[in-house]
Ligand binder design. Structure first.
Ligand code: SF4
Ligand code: SF4
Length: 233
């Protein structure tokens, strides 16, 4: 049982030299996917709706470097059991076992918590991206590209900085709210018009921007029925 997380040297699991199948790594989260995992998605062994996307430019924790940095490419990850964080959704806590062990992703095959050299070597290479999978479901590539352009995390970061520090804070709030509304409505319209399984949305468009404000030291607040954005305290 493995995980996306490259365990740190002080992990309790790093003693010994073989897998004790304790499940600690799977508890920490699901793996990110690489090109060699594409066939698992295309064959349906791992359903695409079980993934979420960290979009290019989105602030993401780099497990190897130990810092939060903008993602250089899409990072596709297996969802957690409760949404997009936490224990890998393919981990069976009762049996302390991987439900897809025979076709677990490459990171899970490579990770040995007592020696993280192999996972560090592959960690940011040959990432699988949405573009590698977007023939399934068909016809959605244009929507994804349009969303990526209009909801670019570089723009979100720029607006967040202006909200926190700029003299034109109110204009920046309006601009960021427009991005958040677009992100929200595109998800709704996509499900309504294409009858798409809503569980695919976090793969297609990443997690809703409205849920990511803490990454930018901001928070959404509703005052007298009006949603606005404030600096997080
Ligand atoms: S790789 Fe390490 S953390 Fe993961 S199940 Fe095996 S012993 Fe536990
Ligand atoms: S896919 Fe299986 S081995 Fe990999 S993190 Fe999830 S439960 Fe663990």
């Amino acid at each position: 049982m493995m995980s996306v997380h490259a365990p740190q040297p002080d992990d309790a699991t790093t003693t010994g030299s073989c897998c004790r199948r304790c499940g600690t790594c799977c508890h920490k989260g699901g793996p990110a996917l690489h090109l060699q995992d594409r066939s698992l998605l295309m064959s349906g062994k791992i359903p695409v709706k079980r993934l979420f996307t960290i979009r290019q430019g989105e602030p993401a924790y780099d497990n190897v470097r130990g810092v939060i940095i903008p993602a250089q490419t899409d990072i596709l990850k297996i969802k957690g059991i409760a949404g997009d964080t936490g224990m890998c959704r393919f981990f069976d806590p009762v049996r302390c076992a991987c439900r897809i062990y025979a076709f677990r992703p490459a990171q899970c095959r490579v990770l040995t918590c007592w020696n993280t050299a192999a996972i560090r070597g592959m960690y940011d290479r040959d990432r699988l991206t949405r573009g590698h999978l977007l023939d399934r479901p068909a016809g959605l590539r244009d929507l994804v590209d349009e969303h990526q352009a209009k909801c670019d995390y570089r723009q979100v970061a720029y607006l967040a900085q202006r909200i926190r520090k700029g003299p034109d804070r109110l204009a920046a709030v309006d601009s960021l709210m427009a991005v958040i509304r677009y992100d929200h409505s595109l998800r709704q319209v996509t499900v309504e018009r294409t009858r798409l399984d809503a569980e695919l949305l976090d793969f297609l468009f990443g997690r809703p921007i409205s849920t990511m404000m803490q990454m930018f030291h901001l928070r959404l607040a509703k005052v007298d029925g009006v949603v606005t954005i404030n600096e997080a305290v």
